[in-house]
Ligand binder design. Structure first.
Ligand SMILES: [Fe+2]
Length: 252
């Protein structure tokens, strides 16, 4: 069993890296040396994506000040620290090089050496999770559509039950983490929680939507009442985006 898993990981790593290098050939070159203390922190290869809407677009459910802090400070810090980590890491003994797609690194997390593995898990996970999170929110709100709506009925007992179960999971998650709607390896919808910034991609799942239940996501407006934040969040979930993401994943 262990041998099979190791072989599968090696195959996944080789495939992922080959794809990444084909897309970003310059990334296959050697990394530059770590900068001296007098130089500014590295600014790449990872970058902070802009919000796809105004900071106050999700008011009154998610306030603009929270969005500023969440995106401009918390997400930005994950990106900065991830860039610092890959600049320091000599990548000795492995063929992996940082790619512009952090998701590729998260998929091969278990093959990375320490301390890079921890940096990718925490900072890379934070970057990936938040990059998806911004896209899955919208002032329009709405409900699942098309094949996703049918799959939620079939796999999760319907939209109302899914929301109830997700809220319960979020309330029961100790400390910081995320509630995830994912496609599992068998392309079934699954609801799960992961601690900290752990990515479903590192567990063999494909994330469709995550509820960030770190206190930084809600404390300014909702204080310690996480349940109120989750209840409000349903008003601004971009189900059009998530439904399209599901449909694309099912075709791949
Ligand atoms: Fe967050």
């Amino acid at each position: 069993m262990l041998t099979t898993r190791r072989q599968a990981l090696k195959t996944l790593a080789a495939t992922t890296l080959a794809t990444s290098f084909a897309r970003f050939p310059l990334l296959a070159q050697a990394l530059p040396a770590a900068p001296s203390p007098s130089k500014p922190a590295p600014t790449g290869p990872f970058t902070l994506p802009p919000l796809p809407y105004a900071y106050d677009a999700l008011e009154p459910h998610i306030d603009a000040e929270t969005m500023h802090l969440h995106h401009d400070k918390h997400h930005a810090t994950y990106v900065t620290k991830l860039n610092e980590a890959v600049a320091k890491e000599p990548f000795e003994g492995i063929s992996a090089k940082p790619t512009k797609d952090v998701d590729d690194l998260l998929k091969i997390l278990s093959t990375l050496p320490e301390p890079l593995r921890t940096a990718v898990r925490n900072q890379g996970g934070g970057h990936s999770n938040h990059s998806l999170f911004w896209q899955t929110l919208s002032p329009k709100g709405g409900a699942p559509k098309g094949e996703l709506a049918k799959a939620i009925d079939a796999d999760l007992g319907g939209f109302d039950k899914f929301k109830q179960d997700a809220a319960k999971a979020g309330g029961g998650l100790f400390g910081s983490g995320w509630v995830w709607l994912v496609l599992d390896g068998g392309k079934k919808l699954t609801l799960l929680t992961l601690p900290n910034q752990d990515s479903p991609l590192s567990e063999g799942h494909y994330p469709l939507f995550g509820i960030d239940v770190w206190e930084h996501a809600y404390y300014l407006k909702y204080h310690n009442v996480r349940a109120d934040y989750i209840a409000a969040l349903w008003n601004v979930v971009n189900w059009d985006f998530i439904s399209d993401r599901y449909a694309a994943a099912m075709k791949s």
